[in-house]
Design a protein around this ligand. Structure first.
Ligand code: A3P
Length: 306
């Protein structure tokens, strides 16, 4: 019966799925179904114990989701396998045509404490999160690796706009004409706001360098006590290869009419510095000059970016 319903759902989905255009919401390009449901997202009612994992797309969201879930279940890897990532930690603003539920649908009646993922830039976060002083974990990834990862993801994700050829995509990323807008504004604004709100700001490159150290920072922020052997266990379970082999953490459950795995895999490479395999010298020079302008005046610095 479940299989029958699933295949009916898939057929229904196939009818409505397409690469959605971007529609500006308060100046930020978001996919059309999100823009259409914006009022529901903007008015989302937070609870004081909500936890938000926020990133620019491809910044290490899924990695942090797995880490947080494992911390909250005390390192019990079987419990963390209870459901796929997107069920355990819903995606706040995602809106897909029915029969799939939206992120808000999944979250409104979820029991507390709720954990959710978002890619919304700080200024678009539902105000209720700030009024309730909710904790936010932000993960930032250096611009060039983030761009490469996004380029491959946009090829495989059949609801996101077509990324087009590589050279044009580099320009789109630089101008912020990709879903969720400008990487530069996104990472800068959360960096500035960490002074005013309960934001733990982490870097993908630091997680690659010493994952156990960053897991300790997360569990301290969440005020969870965990012995060192459990931290080591979580670090092992959230290593790239172990997550890649874990169907509850690698998005294997997303049907191929949404994720075209002939184009890329979700757990693609998980490396720092992969951009060197894609940027030409001319692209790097243009990107770096523009980067220095856009990042002028901030104390936010990334390793391995220039
Ligand atoms: P690549 O495309 O460079 O491989 P998000 O979850 O924000 O969509 O980010 C996805 C990116 O994070 C992908 O990058 C993916 O491989 C990487 N990633 C996911 N889990 C990881 C892990 N455990 N270690 C390192 N990178 C990971």
């Amino acid at each position: 019966m479940a299989t029958c319903k699933n295949s009916e759902n898939l057929l229904q989905l196939k009818e409505v799925l397409r690469r959605f255009p971007l529609v500006p919401v308060h100046g930020i390009p978001l996919m059309e179904p999100i823009a259409q449901q914006w009022a529901r997202i903007e008015n989302f009612e937070a609870r004081p114990d909500d936890l938000i994992i926020s990133t620019y797309p491809k910044g290490g969201t899924t990695w942090m989701q797995e880490i947080v879930d494992l911390i909250l279940v005390g390192g019990d890897t079987e419990k963390a396998r209870r459901a796929p990532t997107q069920v355990r930690i819903p995606f706040l603003e995602i809106c897909v045509p029915p029969p799939l539920p939206s992120g808000v649908d999944k979250l409104v009646n979820a029991p507390s404490p709720r954990v959710m993922k978002t890619h919304l830039p700080f200024q678009l976060l539902p105000k209720s999160f700030l009024e309730k002083n909710c904790k936010i974990i932000y993960v930032a990834r250096n611009a060039k690796d983030n761009l490469v990862s996004y380029f491959f993801f946009d090829q495989m994700h059949l609801m996101q706009p077509d990324p087009g050829p590589w050279d044009g995509y580099v320009k789109k990323f630089m101008s912020g004409t990709v879903p969720w807008g400008s990487w530069y504004d996104h990472v800068r604004r959360y960096w500035d706001e960490r002074e005013n709100h309960r934001i733990l700001y982490l870097f993908y490159e630091d997680m690659k360098e010493d994952l156990a150290r960053e897991i300790r920072r997360v569990k301290d922020f969440l005020e969870v006590d965990l012995p060192e052997d459990i931290i080591q266990k979580i670090a092992h379970h959230t290593s790239f290869q172990v997550m890649k082999d874990n169907p509850m953490a690698n998005y294997d459950s997303v049907p191929s009419i949404i994720f075209d795995r002939t184009k890329s895999s979700f757990m693609r490479k998980g490396e720092v510095g992969d951009w060197k395999n894609y940027f030409t010298v001319a692209q790097k020079e243009a990107f770096d000059a523009d980067y220095l302008l856009k990042m002028e005046g901030t104390t936010l610095h990334f390793r391995d970016v220039l």
